[in-house]
Ligand binder design. Structure first.
Ligand SMILES: [Zn+2]
Ligand SMILES: [Zn+2]
Length: 348
């Protein structure tokens, strides 16, 4: 039993696997805090495949699950983030272990990147309902260890591209997995978590992939290797805290201190246009989540000067009096200033 208590992040927390996994985690004594991430709301169709009841219909998945977990273990701290994992400030995912029960390849790729940037072990799982397959991978970032993408080939990247084409990573492909298969995946995941909690360094699944073919009763374990041609750069970040209150710090004050400012994975925009009804939104903002038209709900496109990757005194011109909160930054965000990485923490 480890001496320390642990914080675990679960992405895709309310779905087919996540909803079956969570109660197991709530029953593990050494887990002190769970952060649940899922943007969705329970619908009637979820009843037959997810671990929910009729009174959960209409509720945000993370809220419904947080409520259940607190009933199992009132001492457990549960943070519910009703967002896509891509839109969560990266510092809020800083934890001892991340678990992915996601059904989107783009979201998995994002979590893989965060794992290496922040040096967090993570366990990913996937199910294929039509073939009764469960896959579990564990990645522990280190100098030579394989990341999830090290095992990806042409097919995986083609699926990824398809997801982006269907709407900038929003599209997901229903796996049509049964409640039983989701429950099996959740249990396999929970068993790996328990082993990790006993001793992270000897986690037998680290750098490996387990595939359980429940259709033909075949279990396959594959050792993965760092792929020298992996498309991911495997870089980690040195992150130092940045004490600043986003509501009170202006962009010009921030740029005086940092020189320039970037939020990896996101772009700043000064003007957005709706391609459907021509509605226009003006003002510098971090385009996160990707904006939808307030009138017709279409995805808005960048207009004006287009998307800005890095803010500096030139690109912030005219907006320097805005506060960081006004342009969409929040505590937990990790900003890149040149080669340095600063995590926004609010001074007590
Ligand atoms: Zn890799
Ligand atoms: Zn519109």
């Amino acid at each position: 039993m480890p001496a320390k208590t642990l914080h675990i992040v679960v992405a895709g927390a309310g779905g087919n696997t996540g909803s079956h996994l969570l109660p197991h985690l709530a029953r593990m004594a050494s887990i002190e805090k769970l952060t649940l991430v899922d943007p969705d709301t329970y619908e009637p169709a979820n009843l037959v495949v997810q671990n929910i009841q009729t009174d959960d219909i209409g509720r945000a998945k993370v809220e419904a699950q947080a409520h259940k977990l607190r009933r199992i273990n009132p001492a457990l701290e549960v943070i519910a983030l009703r967002q896509r994992v891509e839109d969560v400030p990266r510092g809020l995912l800083d934890s001892d272990l991340m678990l992915s029960c996601l059904d989107s390849k783009a979201a998995r790729q994002h979590l893989n990147e965060i794992a290496w940037r922040l040096n967090i072990p993570w366990i990913d799982c996937g199910v294929l309902g039509s073939q009764n397959l469960v896959r579990v991978n564990a990645c522990v970032p280190s100098q030579d260890s394989p990341c999830l993408e090290c095992g990806w080939g042409h097919d995986e990247y083609a699926t990824l591209e398809q997801e982006y084409l269907c709407g900038a990573g929003v599209a997901t492909f229903p796996t049509m997995a049964s409640s039983a298969l989701g429950s099996l995946a959740g249990s396999l995941m929970a068993i790996e978590v328990a082993k990790f909690l006993r001793d992270e360094s000897t986690s037998p699944l680290a750098g490996r992939q387990l595939v359980l073919d429940a259709e033909h009763h075949i279990l396959q374990v594959t050792a993965l290797r760092r792929n020298p041609w992996c498309r991911f750069d495997h870089r980690g970040w040195m992150i130092t805290p940045w004490n600043c209150r986003p509501e009170a710090t202006t962009l010009s004050q921030a740029l005086d201190e940092l020189g320039s400012l970037r939020v990896e994975g996101h772009r700043f925009v000064t003007e957005l246009l709706c391609p459907g009804c021509s509605h226009r939104l003006e003002g510098l903002r971090l385009n996160r989540p990707l904006a939808r038209c307030p009138q017709c709900n279409r995805r808005m496109v960048t207009a004006g000067f287009g998307a800005i990757e890095r803010l500096d005194s030139t690109t912030a011109n005219g907006s320097s009096k805005l506060t960081l909160a006004q342009i969409g930054l929040q505590p937990g965000d990790i900003v890149c200033a040149g080669a340095r990485h600063r995590r926004i923490v609010e001074a007590a």
